[in-house]
Design a protein around this ligand. Sequence first.
Ligand code: PLP
Length: 808
Amino acid sequence: MNPPIAKHALAAQIEEHLLCTVGVASEDATQTDLMQAVAQVARQQLSQRWVETQAHQRAAKARRVVYLSMEFLMGRTLSNALAALNLTGGAAQGLMQHAQTLEDVADREPDAALGNGGLGRLAACFLDSMATLGLPSFGYGIRYEYGMFAQDIQDGAQVEYPDPWLQDGTPWEFPRAGISYPVRFGGWVEHLNGTPVWRHAGEVAAKAYDMVVPGHGTPLVSTLRLWKAVAPAHIDLGAFNTGDYARAASTKNEFENISWVLYPNDSTPAGRELRLKQEYFFVAASIQDLVKRHLDEHPTLGNLAEQVAIHLNDTHPAIGVAELMRLLCDEHGMPWAEAWALCGKTFSYTNHTLMPEALETWPVALIQHVLPRHLEIIFRINKEFLEMAARHRPGDNAFLARLSLIDEHGERRVRMAHLSVVGSHKVNGVSALHSDLLVQTIFADFADIWPERFTNMTNGVTPRRWLAQANPQLSSLLDGTLGRQWRLDLDQLKRLDEYRLDAEFQGRFMAIKRANKARLAAYIEKTAGISVSPDSLFDVQVKRIHEYKRQLLNVLHVVTRYQAILANPTADWVPRTVIFAGKAASSYHTAKSIIRLIHDVGSVINNDPRIAGKLKLVFVPNYGVSVAEVIMPGADLSEQISTAGTEASGTGNMKLALNGALTIGTDDGANIEIRQNVGDENIFIFGLKTPEVHALRQSGYQPMRYYESLPALKGVLDAIAGGQFCPSEPGRYRALVDSLLWGGDHYLLLADYESYIATQLRVDALYRQPAQWCERATANVAGMGVFSSDRTIREYASQIWNIEPATR
Ligand SMILES: *Cc1c(COP(=O)(O)O)cnc(C)c1O
């Protein structure tokens, strides 16, 4: 590892970069200039590490994992890079002569928000763990010009703005001038003497931009390679030469729009053809890149499966199965059977959802249009697979129809999850419950054929970002109590159990939570314009806005509490601040309506003098990684209230518990494993369990029954539907309430309401006893060791990828 640079040397480097790289006089440097200069200091060291790591892995001919993901929700890089390089203290000192704190300077960096939510953030945590464990690894994705939209709130409603995160450049990317691959689309397939030849209609170049991912406690780094779409240089020079610049530019744009924008939708495929092109674009470039690297080190592709594991983060890169077959067979002349065996050893796939509407399918006609050769390959894979399946269960045609890669109901569609399962040797879910449900529901038929193919890898989060970086005060308490090793070995947190009843520890723990709440309160004041008291219970639900996550159930509780306080104002209410944050997909009308309702209810409650500060409701705008880093440490209560059986895992639940919040949640996703690790007495579990949800739906769920039998619920729904929170437009939430009462209440809010409200009262009771609360919060932190993404990645490495982490 590089020797730590003397602090004064670091200050000098910052000055040097201000002058020579940023190009400003030291005394004129703005916070943004300083951010750029400090980033350059880190960049220099990272590039040195990058070159050394690559050389080492090439020499060792190490087996690598290639992680394909449409999304990487990275957030900011500066503080993480400085911590990994051991430069935090030096950089802070270097900034002192500019009278700036490192925190303020780091805040000037825009988030790299190349993802929607949990799936993209998981990929980012995994990169951190892969680098830290020293796994030879490459992440591959798309260099979106515009990431996740920025959310603004106008009159209580979400408004989306583009996110031009690259506008001023980023110090963290390394354009790789020499690395570019052609990616082809369209046309038709000719069969010349049985040899298929793809006569493509269009071509675009994929250019590599690398982001270096520093490992912590190791000089090893990893790489996130992002592809930018560029029109081939020769494109429409004719138009240019005749002076038709507008046409030349529009042709260029037609090619380059492939990497322009992240689709702001985490459940249903949108933008149809362009989205399919994006998927193929980054997969084709990535696979060409890994094949080239292999052939640089090995004489043939015959041993590709021994040298590389390719992981599909959800089905977005599933077309890679067909692409690798195409490359091996059509371009490298490998026999089909050999290529297919190689593919099966190389690919593995993570499923992220059971919900049918979120499972990706593509019309056969669209794939025919965009990727005609791939469609042929998919048909052949399917034919051979169904022949095998027919031998497994002779005469059962319904079985074959369910398994087929092609959905034949209505418009024929390719089922990308089926392609992923058939093309992989391992398929995993992301929590114990989710993995069990996978083989009982959507993949039951596949599990009948290949039971050993299905496994579980419970998600995790990186403790470097979600504890060390986000919560420096708690981190230093942990350092003083346990030593510093927890950053790399989160199981060390278990030893906190010894301090749960230690008065001095408790006092410091509570003071830190208080300070983090004060910081969050200041952030709320600044961004939402609402003043909240850090002495109230901070009740937090932060995540994408979606019906299955049931933010609306949380609102029903808030209104219930509001009405109860009005009915009984002198009772001993525990003051509460209910905090929401999250984005709704721009086309998701119901989710946007829920955001509006939160604002409308908030403006009534927050301005009602009769409530006298006993209840506040706030919505923090523009949720993202950096906003999460402020919210997580300031939470007392973590809301994880999805309908049982719908949340694959959740990772927000882990971040909040790691920062000492108690969970109120359903028996869903990783909540179950959190309960097992922190103990039943340290978590608030309520509501129907998965089999009960199933049974209730089977028996004919009647939401109206709950409305009629629970007066408090009736009062709340009547108030919302009757326009009490939006007198200027009383019908605004009629449809939302009708979807519960008359529309079947698909996510069973009314069925879980009573249990949820009762459990919230138990939360109040515990909060009245600060020492008890603190003891339980400590138990939560102590139990979170297993939810480090280092543990998750070790499991992937040993059970799926067969890759050795370098030992330190
Ligand atoms: C962790 C995280 C998520 C995932 O949250 P869930 O509660 O698991 O849905 C989404 N967005 C951001 C910015 C995150 O940091």
